[in-house]
Design a binder for this molecule. Structure first.
Ligand SMILES: NC(=O)c1ccc[n+]([C@@H]2O[C@H](COP(=O)([O-])OP(=O)(O)OC[C@H]3O[C@@H](n4cnc5c(N)ncnc54)[C@H](OP(=O)(O)O)[C@@H]3O)[C@@H](O)[C@H]2O)c1
Length: 344
């Protein structure tokens, strides 16, 4: 029986897993604060705070007792710009990004390892991001084999204020979270790094469709690259990996990258949306990335630095599973799935 528990069930990826999980799967949603849509969930566990060690351990033990075979960890702090200033605090590790992306990953991996060691196996599928990498040479992709770098000072202590090695604090806390998962429960976990999951709850595609719907001129960066997928594609791929983790012939472990096969600039994505939604291309003005960052600075908003090129290589996923969509196909799929939400 395929019984899965999902943390962060109210979030963008958790919600997609709920909507796109196959009817055969039994899904338990672990709810933090925001009560999600519950259609498609077999069970709901309230008051799941991923930073509360005692509570997490208790819940994981109960889930294993109910024959949950995998926890898919979608909980975390994903406000890239909102948390950027935390790296300069006196104690960055006490704040939300570290607590929800690093400490919570450690707690959950520990809890799964403990329960599994006692004889009831419960595996962990932990979600991560392309933001664990710094800017790459244009045209070169990061593979699962590429080593992650952690900035350290001369004493070996993590240098949270370093913006060179990993540009965003969000990315740094995700690097450290991945490391905790592998340290604590390498034998029972898979890490899936993604690059932009686009659904109806928020994200770049939704914002783009809303701006086109409003119909006022706006700008888009044309010298950085992204490789977004729809949430439906991502949910299907995550569930395929989850299945392979339990397949006796495969026992899949390790790291997978999940993104569109090719990158596109936000400007080019927006042009394609305009074409698909019947809006004039003249609404959109291309700008360089540095102009976006500068505009943020002038308006008093601290924008996290955006690298130009942190594209993931998805050859491993495609070799072990199936071919992923192109970035253009992902846009078309988004319009097919969610275009009706943006009445034009
Ligand atoms: N969405 C993307 O484009 C994308 C791209 C790459 C990687 N990822 C990764 O995918 C994962 C899920 O991302 P997402 O976009 O779905 O995130 P999201 O929409 O921001 O949702 C975050 C989820 O975490 C929950 N949460 C927050 N604090 C919590 C706590 N203390 N205890 C338990 N749960 C807590 C939230 O619940 P409440 O709302 O109830 O607080 C929410 O359900 C993250 O690891 C992220 O790094 C996402």
């Amino acid at each position: 029986m395929r019984h899965i528990a999902v943390t962060g069930i109210s979030g963008k990826v958790g919600d997609a897993l709920r909507r796109f999980s196959p009817p055969r799967a039994t899904l338990t949603g672990l709810v933090h604060k925001n009560v999600p849509e519950t259609e498609g969930l077999t069970d709901v566990v309230q008051d799941f705070d991923c930073t509360d060690e005692g509570r997490v351990k208790d819940i994981v033990r109960k889930l294993a007792g109910k024959k949950v075979r995998t926890i898919i960890n979608c909980a975390g702090e994903t406000d890239l710009d909102g948390v950027e200033g935390q790296r300069y605090a006196a104690e960055p590790t006490a704040l939300s990004a570290y607590q929800k992306n690093t400490r919570s990953a450690e707690i959950l991996a520990d809890a799964c390892a403990e329960v599994s060691a006692e004889g009831t196996e419960i595996l962990l599928l932990h979600l991560s991001t392309e933001s664990v990498f710094g800017d790459n040479v244009h045209g070169e992709k990061y593979t699962e084999e590429d080593k992650l770098k952690v900035p350290r000072d001369r004493t070996g202590t993590v240098d949270y204020a370093d913006t060179v090695t990993i540009p965003t604090f969000y990315g740094l806390t995700k690097v450290l979270g991945e490391q905790k998962v592998l340290e604590r429960y390498r034998e029972g976990s898979v890490i899936v790094r993604m690059h932009g999951v686009q659904g109806p709850l928020g994200g770049f595609f939704k914002r783009t469709c809303s701006e086109l719907q409003i119909g006022k001129p706006f700008t888009r960066v044309d010298d950085m690259y992204v490789a977004h997928l729809t949430d439906a594609t991502v949910a299907e791929a995550i569930l395929a990996i989850e299945d392979a983790m339990h397949d006796p012939a495969r026992r899949t472990r390790g790291i997978y990258h999940l993104s569109a096969r090719n990158p596109l600039a936000p400007y080019d994505i927006t042009l394609r949306f305009a074409d698909r939604l019947g809006k004039p291309r003249s609404l959109i003005t291309p700008i360089p990335l540095k102009e976006l960052i500068e505009a943020g600075r002038k308006s008093g908003k601290l924008l996290a630095p955006r690298p130009h090129y942190t594209i993931l290589d998805v050859a491993k996923f495609e070799r072990d599973f199936y071919r992923l969509p192109t970035a253009e196909a992902a846009i078309d799929e988004y319009v097919d799935l969610y275009g009706h939400l943006f009445k034009m």
